[in-house]
Design a protein around this ligand. Structure first.
Ligand SMILES: [Zn+2]
Length: 532
């Protein structure tokens, strides 16, 4: 007797198809699972047999072999219990084999024969749709999540007994309430709540428009965290496909809300500085997504940046550029999406009070700043100082600058439309323009080129810094609806790039060149800038 049942399992954040084959032979009663099953899959045998007995369908002693094909991929998770049980029931003739051809099953079994929820169901449902599988049987608690993928007929089940009834045609599939369409995203904190800080607000809008990373340095209480929390509200709402992508990562991590399983808001993740490398980029066995993947299509906020372990921060270098992270294990490699926007904040020195009030020794300040490596800072497009707020700004007497989130997000959306129409595939932001195309996409006016050349000489910018400055200048001209970045745009991009380094001697660019330029009596590059 041979039975075949379709199923899926989660590899990384992808649903992978699996065929569960069960062969029953006479002989010594032995139960074997082959096809590289991991611990939870092997243990499934006990749950399956207990659930079958509980449902009144105890199996006669036989030699049973279960094969999970393709056999060369190591498989993990508890979702194989239900398909193995259904295959056994089919092999022993308890349920007909005919309806199984276009059905797939996933779910964990309890000893009481209940069907329990599993992680990553939406990934399985997406894979089911891609394979044009007609019906997907899932645990009832996962049914709304699975049904968020259009085009898949989802059957939510509570018990093995119910599955048998459905397959025999004795029961009707339970009703799954549809997801309310077009639900408005939750309201986000408003940029108008932040007093003063025109430079930081401007940097935030540019970051939102071009997908640029941003580092804010300033004393405690200046409003750095408040500003960072306003970034998701400036970004355009998630499109339907993006919403499913975000939901998929959170589902695999087991972080979905039972009542409202589909994510419609852009994620905002703010891990504590004691986080491990595995927690940040993902890890474990089987690998689970880390904070950078949970921030996919949203914002990753790292407060107190120099307090993070340096080796942990270094792991960010590759995903910041590529938009994904690869985690290698002995037999396989998992890729997690990680297209997040990095926002970081730091104090200018260990005590936080830069200037006359600072009580830190020079040596302590140097050690504090050296925790941030040059290569990581090189990858942060915008670096601004966030100073203390004045009394005039706090009371509103200075007049509000920067406007509210609604007005800013309209400008951001306009700039993003220009980017997607202008030069490349949909959704590609200026921050992600590949290096080989930067010169063509961010084509400067003649005067803009001359200014940049001057800036490179004065600040000793690396090739990567120059490319990042060009991308920022492109975003600034997109916000202004200008075709080519000119002097104004290049000057602002340079100021937002090297302003912090000039102010504090941070290792962005090559700090030695800025004092060297000053010592040589070079006129300030940005007469209007408030720095220095
Ligand atoms: Zn200090």
């Amino acid at each position: 007797m041979l039975a075949v049942v379709h199923s899926y399992w989660v590899h990384g954040v992808e649903g992978q198809p699996v065929t569960v084959e069960v062969k029953v032979q006479t002989g010594l009663p032995i139960f074997t699972v082959v096809g590289l099953p991991a611990g939870a899959v092997r243990e499934g045998k006990e749950r399956v047999f207990a659930a079958l007995a509980q449902s009144g369908m105890a199996l006669p002693p036989r030699r049973i072999t279960v094969n999970l094909a393709p056999a060369d991929m190591p498989k993990s998770g508890s979702g194989f219990d239900l398909p193995i049980a259904v295959a056994l029931l089919t092999a022993f003739g308890h349920v007909p084999a005919d309806p199984l051809g276009n059905c797939a099953f996933v779910g964990e079994l309890g000893l009481d024969a209940s069907v329990r929820p599993i992680r990553g169901v939406i990934a399985l449902s997406m894979s089911c749709r891609a394979q044009r599988m007609k019906r997907l049987f899932v645990p009832l608690d996962n049914a709304r999540e699975a049904a968020a993928v259009p085009g898949v007929e989802v059957v939510g089940v509570e018990s093995l007994h119910q599955v048998v009834g459905l397959l025999r045609g004795d029961l009707e599939p339970p009703y799954i309430p549809p997801r309310p369409a077009g639900r408005a995203p939750r309201s986000q904190p408003d940029l108008g709540d932040v007093r003063g800080q025109p430079l930081a607000k401007r940097a935030l809008v540019i970051a939102a428009a071009g997908g640029h990373s941003l580092l804010m340095s300033g004393p405690p209480g200046a409003g750095k965290t408040m500003l960072a929390r306003r970034l998701p509200g400036l970004l355009p709402p998630l499109a339907e496909a993006e919403s499913l992508e975000v939901t998929r990562v959170h589902s695999v991590a087991g972080l979905l809300d039972d009542d409202d399983p589909v994510k419609t808001d852009r994620p905002f993740r703010a891990p504590h500085h004691t986080i491990s490398a595995g927690g940040l980029i993902g890890g474990g066995n089987p690998p689970r997504p880390g904070e950078i993947s949970l921030a996919h299509l949203g914002v990753l906020f790292l407060d107190e940046l120099p307090e993070f372990n340096r080796s942990v921060l270094e792991t960010l270098r590759q995903p910041v550029e590529s938009g994904h992270v690869r985690i290698a294990r002995v037999r396989h490699t998992v890729t997690f999406p990680a297209r997040f926007q990095l926002i970081a904040a730091m104090n200018p020195c260990p005590c936080g009070q830069v200037g006359e009030d600072c009580v830190c020794a020079d040596r302590d300040i140097a050690r504090y700043r050296s925790r941030l490596s040059g290569p990581l800072l090189d990858r942060i497009d915008l670096q601004v100082h966030v100073g203390p707020v004045t009394w005039h700004e706090l009371t509103g007497a200075a007049g509000e600058s920067g406007g509210d989130s609604a007005a800013a997000s309209v400008r951001v959306a306009g700039a993003r439309r220009l980017q997607s129409r202008g030069y490349s595939r949909d959704g590609a932001l200026n921050a992600l323009v590949p290096a080989r195309r930067v010169m063509r996409v961010c084509c400067l006016s003649d005067s803009g080129s001359r200014l940049l050349e001057d800036g490179i000489a004065r600040y000793g910018l690396s090739a990567r810094s120059v490319h990042r400055t060009l991308r920022v200048a492109r975003t600034i001209s997109d916000l202004a609806r200008k075709e080519h970045p000119g002097t104004r745009e290049v000057a602002e991009a340079l100021r937002l790039r090297v302003g912090l380094a000039r102010r504090s001697g941070m290792p962005a660019g090559r700090p030695r060149t800025a004092p060297a330029a000053r010592a040589a009596g070079v006129a300030p590059l940005f007469p209007g800038a408030s720095t220095d």
